[in-house]
Design a protein around this ligand. Structure first.
Ligand code: SF4
Length: 491
């Protein structure tokens, strides 16, 4: 009888056809594609064995192992099979990334489609599923945590209305045992448990996962030293994992998950092992050589344009190591603006070791180097930053023109007040100017130009590729028309 169950909603318990980029599809609201087809295309249900998923979100795995190490009996289950286990459980832990669709990508898509995104819909339906409601009546405690926990501050009534007993925010390794103990003893839980930055775990306090993570994701470090004003991550201390820790977690994915793919997760994988903003050649090359010896395919979660632009030769060397096994790889990157003035105000260290005034040139250089070396970036641009002026938008549009030939996706995100800008206002669609709309259309055109090429690269050689490609093509074609109509027609 397992007292503690861990899970997440269906949009997170998916391997996205082994392509993390497709996970962006969970940020869209229900749309013209029937839900059964859309969910299959963008977030198919993960395979399970007796209700246990073959892989789970990395953050959930960290919580799971922390509790196991502290002697708790824990089981991670698929939301689809929760019913089989929940009546014997005392506590249900739910991992969240973007529970209300308040993240920048979902906010932007919610504007375009005027509905709540899938990820919010599935989170709510997990909490309101008959099995959870029934278990709540007999005293089940619900604890919610993960990178999206900050959003509950913007929905203060939600937890109580939906039976959540405690929200855990921040890097919680050191707090989880206490919180779950209180829940198991049926004592009063605090409604919101915020782990202060000073209480973030030290490297040696972060346990290795011991069950497979989705798409073989493993952290290479936590925190970021660039200090962008609008970012939560930058408030956390920078810690790089030693190589043996990373390799141990990859072994778990290979041995227990039979997954020889890996996504290296860090806020800037290019800075792995560096104590400043200059990449450390030796640490980075050693990391890739060692990882690629073990696995067959790799991606990065994020990297910075400045680090790539500062070391083009190093980047080419890494590309060579990676391309011995695959033709391309991807990562998310932050472009944010094409305006040097705005870059100087809100992200003065983003261009380092270059000057903030050089930011547009850094972006062009970095994107060009990525293109030449077969890295496909998914870049973000922030619309509606505080202090944004018309001149800034015009510069971003100029930059978009310069990036036309770079194989990439570039996604406009509405400003969300995070990091040191939490007291600023959210950007609302009612504040969209004609220039904003032109920029949104420019991004859509850029993406639709490249999306076909990317689909061919993504599904090359897979037997199911013709069917999937047709599905995505139809979606992309209709989405393009709708986006243009909607943005043009918006008043
Ligand atoms: S936006 Fe990126 S580069 Fe800037 S502080 Fe956050 S993680 Fe670091």
């Amino acid at each position: 009888m397992t007292k503690i169950l861990l899970t997440s909603d269906r949009t997170l318990m998916s391997d996205y056809h082994n392509n993390e980029f497709l996970g962006f599809g969970t940020c869209a609201p229900p749309n013209f594609v029937p839900e059964w087809l859309y969910s299959y295309l963008f977030f198919p249900q993960i395979k399970t064995k007796q209700g246990v998923p073959k892989a789970a979100p990395y953050g959930l795995r960290k919580a799971e192992v922390q509790l196991l190490n502290e002697g708790f009996e824990v089981k991670t289950v698929s939301p689809k099979y929760l019913k089989q286990f929940i009546m014997e459980a005392s506590v249900l832990g739910i991992h969240v990334m973007d529970p209300f669709g308040l993240g920048p990508a979902s906010t932007t898509l919610a504007f375009l489609f005027k509905k709540e995104p899938y990820l919010a819909k599935y989170f709510k339906s997990l909490l309101n599923s008959p099995e959870v409601l029934k278990a709540k009546k007999r005293g089940l405690k619900i604890i919610v945590g993960g990178p999206g926990a900050w959003q509950f501050k913007y929905r203060p009534e939600f937890a109580e209305q939906n039976g959540i007993d405690c929200i855990v925010e921040g890097e919680s390794e050191m707090a989880l045992g206490k919180i779950f103990n209180i829940a198991l003893k049926n004592e009063q839980l605090p409604k919101h448990w915020e782990v202060k930055v000073a209480d973030a775990p030290k490297l040696e306090q972060i346990p290795d996962i011991n069950s497979p993570s989705i798409n073989g994701l493993v952290e290479v470090g936590r925190g970021c030293c660039r200090g962008c004003e609008f970012c939560n991550v930058t408030l956390r201390p920078l810690r790089w994992y030693p190589l043996d820790k990373i390799l141990r977690e990859i072994d778990v994915n290979i041995e227990k998950g039979k997954n020889k793919g890996c996504c290296l997760h860090g806020e800037d994988v290019m800075l792995y092992g560096s104590t400043n903003v200059t990449p450390n050649d030796e640490r980075l090359l050693t990391l890739h050589e060692a990882v690629l010896k073990k696995i067959d395919s790799i991606s990065w979660s994020h990297c910075s344009l400045a680090a790539v632009a500062s070391k083009p030769k190093l980047f080419a060397q890494i590309s060579e190591i990676i391309r011995a096994k695959q033709t391309w790889w991807g990562a998310e990157i932050g472009i944010e603006t094409g305006s040097p003035e705005l870059a100087k105000k809100i992200m003065p260290a983003k261009a380092l070791p270059f000057k903030p005034e050089e930011w547009p040139e850094v972006v062009k250089q970095g994107m060009g180097i990525m293109h030449d070396n077969m890295m496909v970036p998914a870049g973000t641009i922030i619309v509606g930053l505080p202090e944004e002026r018309e001149e800034d938008l015009l510069k971003t549009m100029e930059m978009m023109d310069d990036l036309k030939d770079c194989r990439s996706l570039i996604v406009p995100l509405f400003f969300v007040p995070l990091g040191r800008l939490t007291s600023e206002d959210w950007f609302k669609e009612t504040a969209l100017t004609d220039l904003h709309k032109q920029l949104l259309i420019q991004c859509a055109e850029h993406d639709f130009h490249w999306v076909d090429n990317l689909m061919n690269m993504t599904f090359a050689g897979k037997w199911y590729s013709p069917a999937l490609r047709s599905g995505y093509r139809v979606f992309a074609w209709v989405a393009k028309r709708k986006t243009k109509q909607h943005v043009k027609g918006f008043h």
